[in-house]
Structure formats: structure tokens, C-alpha cells
Write a protein that binds this ligand. Structure first.
Ligand code: GRF
Length: 189
């Protein structure tokens, strides 16, 4: 199988990155992770990239020059698809247009519900009985691009924020790889 060159953007723990690296080491999985970009120099998730000797770039300042630097590196490494896995910065419109339909994000709610930050708090405050995660393409509007897939579980108010997060992330680790397979099966990438 000819794998696509991928880049993963992170900001924190990187459990999704770890999971995607694990899958991409499988020769049947459609991507190879050639670069990890982090908005934080000390993001815990960078350890997973280091362990596998995946090159790292830090994109901490959202200025024109840093963005050019990232774009140049993405081009140099012939990156064909970008995954946002807990990336906490908003990408510029220019960047999103440049990689139109080539950026995929995972969000810890059943979109279009609970876009943006503090998702678990919002889910609890709203007394949701069903929640989950969504994998979607990124467009110029926050958490609003075309949905690739969602996965859900039932919840109630006995779930505190930690439990909600744990249950959601467990589901994310199934949803992200499944969504990637779906994208490459269904579209002419
Ligand atoms: C995930 O819950 C994802 O949905 C959200 O940020 C979190 C990242 O977790 N966008 P991790 O860094 O992959 O552990």
C-alpha cells in the first residue's frame, strides 16, 4: 500500500498522537507520520514522537513568519494530510485554505453540540444523556467542517469530568483511526 505522508499537530498529552503512531506502524494503515507540530515546546505528547524519531517542529508563536516556517516544512516533507489531535490554537484562514480539505480534527463531543473549549463542563452542565466524539474536516469556522464520523456512549450526572474525559478519549482512540481509513477508502485523496 502506498501510504500518505501525514503530520500531526498537538498541544498536550498526545494520547491520540500515540495511538495514531501505533496504527501508522501497521503497514496496512494508510498514513505515515513524517512530522509532529506542537504549539508547546514541552507538550508531553512530544515524547511519543521522540521515541519513534519522528521530526518535531514547535509552532508556538502565531505570527506570519512561524507559519511560513511550518508551511515550508510541510512542503519539504511532502505532507499530504494534517491531523489536529488536541491542538489548542486556531489556525489562520490562509493556512486552512492552503490545505483545503486536507486537515482533520477530533473533538470531544457530538458535534454540532458543544463546539470550542471546556467541552466536558458544558456536557455536564447541560445534563446530556448521550455524548462522544466527532472526527471532522477543518474549515474556517470553529469545529464546523464536514463530519467524517461520530461515536457515542450513554452518560448521566454521576459521571464527573474526569470520567467523562476518560470515556471520551477511549472512544477517540477508536474513532480517529477508523475515520482515517474511511477518508482514504471513500475519497480520491
Ligand atoms: C482530545 O480529547 C481531543 O478531542 C481534543 O483534545 C484532546 C486531546 O487529547 N481536541 P490528547 O492530547 O490526544 O491526549
Amino acid at each position: 500500500m502506498v501510504k500518505k505522508n501525514a503530520c500531526v499537530f498537538i498541544s498536550g498529552n498526545g494520547t491520540n498522537l500515540k495511538n495514531l503512531i501505533k496504527h501508522s506502524n501497521n503497514y496496512n494503515f494508510p498514513i505515515n507520520i513524517k512530522l509532529v507540530v506542537s504549539s508547546k515546546p514541552n507538550a508531553y505528547g512530544l515524547l511519543y514522537a521522540k521515541k519513534q524519531s519522528i521530526p518535531i517542529l514547535i509552532f508556538s508563536k502565531k505570527d506570519f513568519l512561524s507559519e511560513i516556517k511550518i508551511i515550508n516544512e510541510l512542503k519539504r516533507k511532502k505532507i499530504e494530510i494534517i491531523f489536529l489531535a488536541g491542538y489548542m490554537k486556531v489556525l489562520s484562514k490562509r493556512f486552512i485554505n492552503l490545505f483545503n480539505n486536507k486537515i482533520i480534527n477530533i473533538h470531544p463531543s457530538l458535534l454540532p453540540k458543544f463546539k470550542g473549549l471546556n467541552t466536558f463542563q458544558k456536557i455536564r452542565d447541560n445534563k446530556e444523556i448521550k455524548t462522544g466524539c466527532t472526527v471532522h474536516f477543518v474549515n474556517e469556522k470553529l469545529d464546523s467542517g464536514k463530519i467524517i464520523l461520530k461515536k457515542f456512549f450513554f452518560t448521566d450526572n454521576s459521571f464527573d469530568l474526569e470520567v467523562l474525559k476518560m470515556r471520551t478519549q477511549k472512544l477517540e482512540h477508536r474513532a480517529f483511526p477508523e475515520a482515517i481509513i474511511k477518508v482514504f477508502e471513500k475519497t480520491n485523496f
